[in-house]
Design a protein around this ligand. Structure first.
Ligand code: NAD
Length: 344
């Protein structure tokens, strides 16, 4: 395997690793190591080209810096992307090579699950390096981080509803895009509250799992953005909100787990504000998974996790208040708050 550093002025470190014989190609972007070793998931996904994969790793890593700071964690921001080959490959071989890549960085990066990877993959990576978290409970980990992520998003949605609606509407409709690890469990939390769910996934099997639920309605993937609702919860991939899709929205709130849901952050955050749509920044509301994997890394008890998630509603309240007081959009307010914590 060849590993080399990519020069960068605004990132602490960026690394690329390749092993052509195994179709292995991955990037690790470490945006900041100021608060401690970077912690962030491994995304295993098909990309149109290597430049797109690198850009994704960088964007995600930058967000992780703010996410860790706002969650008051002793970690910097980093993320890894492994390009899913479009030819045959052996998954375990790729994960082991990735483990060796992580080992090479000697603890400056701790990996975890992200889109396209699972706790079992982390177990395979663990064979090569101990700088991995998000392991299955059977291997001494705290289990799937999607659970606390979903719970954190559900807590955040409550803050958004309080903020956007001085009087709560009798019926609350939530449109959920993506019924995977987080989206699926979010539906459970929302159904318990009695909310109506309108949801979609590109995988019909994921939808089928909910089809018997009394408050669940399925929507075609292309119709989810224009579904009339109080809350749109993006829980699939990023960049779903852009100049084409924002005019379609029929919701008052955007609050979901997807990382980087805004294509051009400031432009889209302003467009949402102009449309009177309250935006809960991704790196504030989807922190549950990071809090979970950081707790596993610090060997904290699972029982302390639910209390730790309270930072999510607390941060959101502060950010919405700051945005109002200083005439900012919530993204600007969250970044300002994150910068302050990074300087502290
Ligand atoms: P996942 O891979 O388990 O689920 C994603 C789901 O989205 C899949 O079911 C997929 O079929 C579906 N999907 C993909 N494209 C779609 C589209 N265009 N329309 C509808 N459905 C689509 O991933 P996850 O762990 O649930 O994560 C979801 C999002 O939340 C990602 O952006 C991830 O980065 C972010 N996130 C996850 C965690 C976590 O703990 N898992 C933490 C923070 C952020």
């Amino acid at each position: 395997m060849e590993i080399h550093r990519i020069p960068s002025t605004d990132f602490a470190e960026i690394w690329e690793a390749k092993d052509a014989s195994q179709n292995f190609h991955a990037y690790i972007a470490l945006h900041s190591l100021k608060r401690g070793p970077a912690i962030g998931g491994l995304r295993f996904w098909q990309y149109p080209n290597a430049a797109a994969a690198l850009e994704d790793a960088q964007q995600l890593a930058r967000t992780m810096t703010y996410k860790a700071a706002l969650a008051r964690l002793p970690h910097g921001g980093g993320k890894a992307v492994m390009i899913q080959p479009n030819t045959e490959y052996d998954r375990n071989t790729l994960m082991k090579l990735f483990g060796q890549f992580v080992l090479y960085l000697q603890g400056r990066y701790i990996t975890a699950k992200d889109v396209g990877t699972h706790a079992q993959d982390m177990q395979v990576i663990r064979q090569e390096t101990h700088w991995v978290t998000g392991l299955p409970q059977t291997s001494g980990g705290l289990g799937d981080p999607s659970q606390p992520t979903a719970l954190g998003v559900a807590l955040g949605i409550e803050v958004c509803l309080d903020h956007a609606f001085p009087t709560r509407p009798k019926k609350i409709r939530v449109a959920v895009q993506g019924l995977g690890g987080v989206g699926g469990q979010l539906v459970g939390h929302l159904e318990k509250k009695g909310y109506e769910i309108w949801a979609t996934d590109i995988s019909p099997l994921q939808i089928l799992a909910f089809s018997q639920n009394p408050h669940f309605h399925s929507v075609l993937p292309e119709a989810i953005l224009s579904t009339p609702c109080e809350v749109f919860a993006p829980c699939a991939l990023g960049q779903v909100l852009n100049t084409k899709t924002i005019p379609l929205l029929q919701s008052k709130i955007i609050a979901g787990s997807a990382n980087n849901p805004l294509k051009k952050e400031q432009r889209e955050a302003n467009a949402l504000q102009q449309r009177g749509i309250l935006y809960a920044p991704d790196f504030v509301i989807n922190t549950g998974g990071l809090i979970h994997v950081a707790a596993e890394w610090a060997k904290s008890e699972k029982s302390s996790l639910e209390n730790a998630l309270e930072i999510i509603p607390q941060n959101l309240k502060e950010i919405f208040d700051l945005a109002e007081a200083e005439h900012l959009n919530p993204l600007q307010a969250a970044l300002q708050r994150g910068e302050k914590l990074l300087r502290a």
